[in-house]
Design a protein around this ligand. Structure first.
Ligand code: DAH
Length: 346
């Protein structure tokens, strides 16, 4: 028996040593320790042994030899496996990375955000209004009654019975804001948003464009407050050396009404193609809120006064970034938009 055990131990050590993967090692375990394994069978021979104690000890020697060698090999093979895996999944951090194209904010959005920031710093709220609007807000409350020729200038998309329309300007938000404020407190708001007109698209017209409306209502507000406000925004957007001027104009909802100009930033007022040699560029319509509009929207014009203005957002962006076709904003040509991105970076 002793000899047999010694041979068995030798055999086990040799076999386990020669194994080079976990599967073969497991097969060995089945071969020796499985239900019908060599060691298991050896153990069941105990019942026929004459010296059971001695027999038991010998079997234990084989079992221990197997277990010790098995555990050691198992550890070694598992380590090798992990190392192999680590090696195969190694990341070479020195390899050049794949270039991910970076997006950038749309230029129109960027200009609008810039304007919002300046006005917010002066205490204005940024408000929103519906694009599908009622005739009442878009025209009537703004002192443009039915049949008035001023309506012709804004070739409107009507949706229902001349009552519901796609707003042709952001000015209806003035009426909505004043009505919501209730006629007894000051209002300071700007409203950037989409507007629609039945215009044929060309380099300077688009059937859909964006305006930035502004309204301030308070006590003792005069045209010089509008001038001061406009000065601040013009300098912030176009540079500290920009000068501004007002020219008389006409809008139904303001009295007096003005066109606001800035000195041409391309030629500094000397005259160039951008300003058509006038030295000035028009950037918005504006004026003192018409007493009828104040009244229509619940404000007593003998107590309250205010000013309003409307910028064309694309026009601002076109001027600021030297874009000469409004359609570029709406045609999603990535090559053009990529140029915008770069322009927007400075
Ligand atoms: N709503 C005008 C337009 O679309 C622009 C405008 C002019 C808005 C004067 C105003 C304003 O608030 O006071 O042409």
């Amino acid at each position: 028996m002793k000899e047999k055990v010694e041979m068995l131990c030798k055999e086990i050590i040799e076999k386990i040593n020669s194994v080079s993967n976990l599967k073969d090692l497991n097969d060995l375990k089945v071969e020796y320790m499985g239900k019908k394994g060599i060691i298991t069978e050896l153990q069941s021979g105990i019942k026929d042994a004459t010296d059971k104690k001695e027999y038991g000890m010998q079997v234990n020697t084989v079992r221990t030899a197997f277990n010790e060698n098995y555990e050691e090999k198992l550890k070694q093979l598992q380590e090798e496996e992990i190392n192999k895996k680590l090696e195969s999944e190694r990341i070479d951090v020195t390899l050049p990375s794949t270039k991910i194209p970076m997006g950038a904010p749309n230029i129109l959005e960027k200009v609008i955000e810039e304007v919002e920031e300046v006005f917010m710093s002066m205490g204005y709220d940024v408000v929103d209004g519906p694009e599908i609007e009622e005739d009442r807000y878009n025209f009537e409350l703004l002192n443009i009654p039915k049949g008035h020729p001023a309506r012709d200038a804004q070739d409107t998309f009507y949706i229902e019975d001349e009552k519901i329309l796609l707003r042709s300007q952001t000015s209806p938000v003035q009426a909505r804001t004043m009505l919501a404020a209730g006629g007894d407190k000051p209002v300071r708001m700007i409203c950037p948003g989409k507007t629609y007109r039945r215009d044929a698209d060309d380099a300077t017209h688009s059937h859909q464009f964006m305006q930035i409306e502004g309204l301030l209502v308070d006590k003792n507000i005069s045209l010089s407050d509008l001038k001061g406000t406009f000065d601040v925004i013009a300098k912030k957007l176009f540079g500290e050396d920009i000068e501004t001027r007002f020219r008389p104009s006409y809008y139904q909802f303001t009295e007096p009404s003005v066109e606001t100009d800035i000195t041409c930033f391309a030629c500094k007022g000397k005259g160039c193609p951008l300003c058509k040699n006038t030295g000035w560029i028009t950037v918005s319509g504006a004026g003192m809120v018409h007493p009828n509009v104040l009244k229509n929207c619940g404000y007593d014009p003998s107590v309250w006064t205010g000013f309003a203005f409307g910028f064309g957002a694309e026009r601002l962006a076109m001027l600021k970034y030297g874009i000469n076709d409004i359609r570029t904003f709406y045609q999603t040509d990535l090559r053009e938009l990529a140029l915008f991105d770069r322009k927007g970076d400075n």
